[in-house]
Design a protein around this ligand. Sequence first.
Ligand code: PSU
Ligand code: MN
Length: 300
Amino acid sequence: MIQPQMTQEVADAVAEGRPVVALESTIISHGMPWPQNAEVALQVEQAVRDNGAVPATIAVIDGMPCAGLSSTQVERLGRDKGVVKTASRDLGACIVKRLTAGTTVSATMRIARLAGIGVFATGGVGGVHRGDGMDISADLTELSLTDVLVVCAGVKSILDIPRTIEVLETLRVPVVTFGTDEFPAFYTPRSGFTTGERFDDPAQIAAARRANADLGLGTGMLVANPIPDEHALDADEIGATIDAALAKAEAEGVGGKDVTPFLLGHLNAVTEGRALGANIELVLNNARLAARIAVAEAQL
Ligand code: PSU
Ligand code: MN
């Protein structure tokens, strides 16, 4: 198996069984604009530290899968136009071609697992796209196959939320909501759809994960953590903006792995920073919860 390159800090924490939280990097390279992307990435690392865990931002640097990055490497991911987006299936090609890549949720899970890291915080996971097409993110497949717990703020309604929930059920991925009965919708705490089990205590989430592992389930686990009310956007306004973004993507014939970055870029641009501001707050909120779960897990 490939052993990811780890910083000394991450390697020591993993070896000693101390809490570690993996962080993805497509959010840096393709999810947020420069320079906020790199600033936020470092703030998210700090939020993990403040809550008692070691952050391990994951990316592919010049063909090397890495867990734990220097601030120079984070800056390069945020700034360099040549950085590609890699899902787990693209990793082999990235390695052979010595590319530098932001890792999506699926690729980050894969590298985290190889590094021995079991808890991961992100903003939103990919899912089933709206419309009649067959655009379903590999994030869902990876969640069904790789034992990493992923903390997200739900999925935004650029996706088909009920179908995403259904596919997770079909793939038998455990989904839990934190402090709410409803599956959150990224920019807003409520989607109108319920799923899975509610937990109010990070230690219980860690225990549920342990139980799933003891059952030999072999999947990951999705923890949906709603954006705090004070940072949420207006549901009607963001809904209309998303509809406009989807229409623009269709009119311009955007396809494949460009779809999600296109939609995110459009939302950030037309909301004059409000979508970006909410995105930053929910990622920080997820990093804090993931660290608390990792701390609880280390104490089991
Ligand atoms: N959703 C967001 N922000 C993101 C992404 C999704 O709200 O940054 C990124 C994540 O890295 C996710 C990826 O894993 O997009 C999914 O891409 P795709 O839809 O091409 O599978
Ligand atoms: Mn896709």
